[in-house]
Every structure is written in C-alpha cells, then in structure tokens.
Design a protein around this ligand. Structure first.
Ligand code: NAD
Length: 295
C-alpha cells in the first residue's frame, strides 16, 4: 500500500505538469473567455487559464477577488503564449455590476464572448449548529449567486454578439464549478453543500431555457483536489507523511490535481462538446458512483 501511495503522488506530479511536454493545439482557437477565481496559485482557475492559452484561446479575461497572484499569471501566460491576450481584473464574482460590465467589456473589445467559466468559490467546514444565517447567505452569495450572474450576463452578451449563433461561431459555453458535495452529503458544511446543489440546478434550468440560442450550460462537480482551498489539509497531512493517503476512500485511491478538472472544463469550453448541455459532470474518480464497502 505504501508503494501505491508513493507511485500515486509521483503520477499526480506528472499530470499536473503535463503542459511542459504536451504539444500545443487549437481547441479554443479564436475564443474569448472569462474565468473567475483564476488567482489562486494552485487553483482550478489558474490551471484552466494556462491550459486554455495552450489551446489557442484568443483573449482570456481572468478575475479574482484576491489580486496577489494575477500579475504572475498574466506574465506566465504572455511569456509562453505571446499570441494570447490576457486581461486580469481584481473583482468580486458575486457583484452584479462587476460581472455585467465585464461581459460588456469583452463584447466591446472583441465583439464576442464565447466562454464564461464561473469557477470562483469558497469552502466552509462548520457543524450545523455553528452555521449562522449570515454565514449561510454569504456562502450562497459567493458560490451560487455568482453562477446565476454569470449565466444571466454572459448569455446576454453571447446572444448580442451573434443573434444567430451556430452559423458563424460554434456556440456559447457557460461552465459552472459545483462540487460532489452538491450531489451527495459529505463532511462539508450544510451551506457549502446547499450552495453547490443549487449550482447544479442552475446549470440544468438555464441550459433548458437557453438551448434554442445555442448557448450551453454545464456544471463540473470535482471531488477532492489539491488547490488553495484545501492546502491546509494537504500541508497538515504532508507534515505527518500521510498526504498520499488523503484520497484513500476514493475508488481510485487518490485525490485529484487541478489540471484534471481544467481538462474537463477545456472540453466543455470547446466546440467538441457542442451537444453536451444541462449536465452536472462528476469528476471525482468514481466517488459518487460507489457504495462504501469494507475493503
Ligand atoms: P482555490 O481557493 O485555489 O481557488 C478559488 C479562487 O476563487 C481563489 O483564488 C479565491 O480568491 C477566488 N474567489 C473566492 N471568492 C471570490 C469572489 N467572490 N470573486 C472572485 N474570486 C473569488 O480553490 P479551487 O479548489 O481552485 O476552487 C475553485 C472551485 O472549485 C470552487 O468553486 C470550489 O468550491 C470548487 N471545488 C473545489 C474542490 C477542492 O477539493 N479543491 C472540490 C470541489 C469543488
């Protein structure tokens, strides 16, 4: 078993750094994309921004509430992919004015908006009796309202750009980051799980309403990933030499790295997913499809 965990950790490093060796292609060629929650050094948003630049996106608008790492992200992408335009913005994904004006800005500057990846989110971990009404609403605002605003304003901008979408462009894609916590109950807080279940619902309902406009809406439900959000757990486990075991209850025996989620988001952002709509994609190593059994 120890050997399995050691090999798994080495493999995860390889997956995370695959862009160093992967040949460049053009799955997002010409696409104008917005990604929220892009600022975290180890996060899904940053991994997506770099991967999408690698795949030929035309212009990436990268937003985060915390601006600390945005200049580094911009210079990393521009240094490696000089043909990709990068605009970084400090902003709150749950602020309607900020999201509305960002979508308008993309339209003004590029004449189109192809992809909105509503990925910003916060995790909470409190027992039921210590979740306050205010805390509950705050989690709903950041995790759920932000997705609603993305759908509302991105779809308006996408429709405006080309009222007869599908002829000139491959169609618009709105991607929401939910969580397996929105599918099954788990160790997380009630507010977190409820906020992510609502994100899954938003993907279904809005996909249905937008379907005739050729704008697709899907959500991704990741399992445990090593990102900024979970770093404290990982650092603690590392200090005890047990990091490899963090995913041991997963059928695959491991947790995930951000690029494994970014790859799914890439597919949903690309025209390859042109008939994928209104789905909640569990990217969790098989966790939500498994009945717990004694090994
Ligand atoms: P992360 O903490 O590394 O990245 C999240 C980013 O969102 C941070 O940079 C943060 O500053 C930003 N952010 C938070 N609130 C914001 C706001 N109001 N406006 C703009 N930016 C804001 O974590 P991550 O794991 O990359 O998180 C991305 C998404 O994945 C989240 O929605 C999270 O709930 C979801 N998710 C994560 C895991 C996991 O195990 N890490 C599992 C399931 C789902």
């Amino acid at each position: 078993k120890e050997d399995f965990y050691k090999k798994t950790l080495a493999r995860l490093d390889k997956i995370q750094s695959h862009l160093e060796t992967a040949p460049r292609s053009s799955r997002l060629k010409g696409k104008v994309c917005i990604i929220t929650g892009a600022g975290s050094l180890r996060g899904i948003g940053r991994a997506s921004a770099i991967l999408w630049a690698h795949e030929g996106a035309k212009h990436l608008y990268l937003v985060d509430y915390d601006e600390t790492n945005l200049p580094n992200l911009k210079s990393t992408i521009e240094g490696k992919y000089p043909d990709v335009k990068v605009t970084t913005l400090q902003g709150d994904a749950s602020d309607e004015n900020a999201i509305a004006s960002l979508c308008k800005r993309a339209l003004q500057e590029e004449g189109r908006l192809d992809v909105f990846f509503a990925n910003a989110g916060v995790a909470t971990a409190s027992p039921l009796d210590s979740v306050t009404a205010e805390g509950f609403m705050n989690t709903m605002k950041i995790n759920t309202l932000s997705c609603f605003l993305a759908i509302k304003h991105a779809s308006a901008a996408m429709e405006k750009a080309n009222p007869s979408r599908g002829k000139e462009y491959g169609g618009g894609s709105i991607i929401l980051t939910a969580s397996v916590a929105g599918i099954r109950s788990g160790a997380g807080s009630v507010d977190y799980s409820a906020s992510k279940a609502a994100v899954n619902s938003l993907a279904q309902v809005s996909a249905n309403q937008l379907a005739r406009t050729d704008i697709r809406v899907n959500s991704i439900c990741p399992g445990l990933i090593e990102t900024g959000m979970t770093i404290a757990t990982f650092d603690y486990a590392r200090s005890r030499g047990t990091a490899g075991k963090l995913g041991q209850l997963n059928p695959m025996g491991r947790y995930a790295v951000a690029n494994e989620i970014a790859n799914v988001a890439l597919f949903l952002a690309s025209d390859e997913s042109s008939y994928v709509n209104g789905q909640n994609w569990c990217v969790d190593g098989g966790l939500t499809s498994t009945l717990p059994t004694i090994p």
